[in-house]
Design a protein around this ligand. Structure first.
Ligand code: FPP
Length: 235
């Protein structure tokens, strides 16, 4: 898309950072921060639907997060599983469709089964699509896309940008318009590397558990005031 007057934000990706520091600042274990972070995620999903977004990608667990203490990894996976198990009514009432980005194969069989069930049961829901980036890495997604292309008989010589995009995890989902990172750092941390080529970025100093609907509104309002040129010149 050339030109720079397109301000509709359909897809937001969020790097939900700061759970551990939120907890540590209160003298609580890091796991309390993740529990609070899950509550925030639920509130932001609700708000995103209300604010008219079509897609929300949440960076739940990266390919690098396996390096954390086993207890913390198990806790996060347990939270995700419990969320998927318990929130079917919430998805139904809000018409939310659950999707996944990342490498499913390294996930425990029980999480994988819950994820598949949630995706299957919500596949015809017409509202917000929530993409859970779980065991997700941007570089890993690109490598898996190249492998899928090769498996489909598409050699390197036959690949162009559009072709490679069609082998990504969710080729039907438009690129994110806005990537938000909470927690005060200014990094992409391997999140949606390919898809964020033309995304706007917003950084919030707040820890994820403190993030609110008002923060999402502010980020969207700021997005609306920016000019997106996609490499084109100002007209
Ligand atoms: C980053 O904070 C957060 C995570 C790695 C886990 C995020 C997971 C959740 C909020 C659960 C959401 C689940 C669903 C299903 C939506 P951090 O631990 O890196 O914080 P720190 O930088 O302060 O240590």
């Amino acid at each position: 898309m050339a030109g720079g007057r397109e301000h509709v934000c359909r897809h937001v990706g969020i790097i939900m950072d700061g759970n551990g520091r939120w907890a540590q600042a209160r003298g609580l274990p890091r796991t309390s921060g993740h529990l609070e972070g899950l509550k925030t995620a639920r509130r932001i999903v609700e708000a995103a639907g209300k604010l008219g977004l079509s897609y929300l990608t949440l960076y739940v667990f990266s390919t690098e997060n396996w390096k954390r203490a086993q207890g913390e990894v198990d806790f996060i996976m347990g939270l995700v599983k419990a969320h998927l198990l318990r929130e079917m009514d919430f998805y139904r009432e809000n018409g939310i469709r659950i999707r996944h980005a990342g490498d499913e194969t390294a996930l425990n069989a029980d999480i994988r089964a819950e994820l598949r069930k949630a995706m299957d049961q919500t596949k015809n829901f017409p509202g917000l699509q929530v993409v859970l980036a779980l065991n997700y890495g941007g570089r890993d997604e690109i490598v898996r896309a190249v492998r899928r292309a090769a498996a489909a008989g598409v050699g390197a010589g036959g690949l162009d940008e559009k072709g490679l995009s069609s082998f990504l995890d969710n080729p039907d989902i438009p690129d994110p318009d806005l990537i938000v990172r909470t927690g005060g750092d200014f990094r992409s941390s391997n999140f949606l590397l390919w898809e964020s080529a033309y995304a706007e970025f917003a950084f919030s100093p707040k820890f994820w558990p403190d993030w609110t609907e008002a923060d999402l509104r502010d980020a969207l309002a700021d997005f609306g005031s920016r000019e997106r040129r996609y490499g084109d010149t100002k007209r």
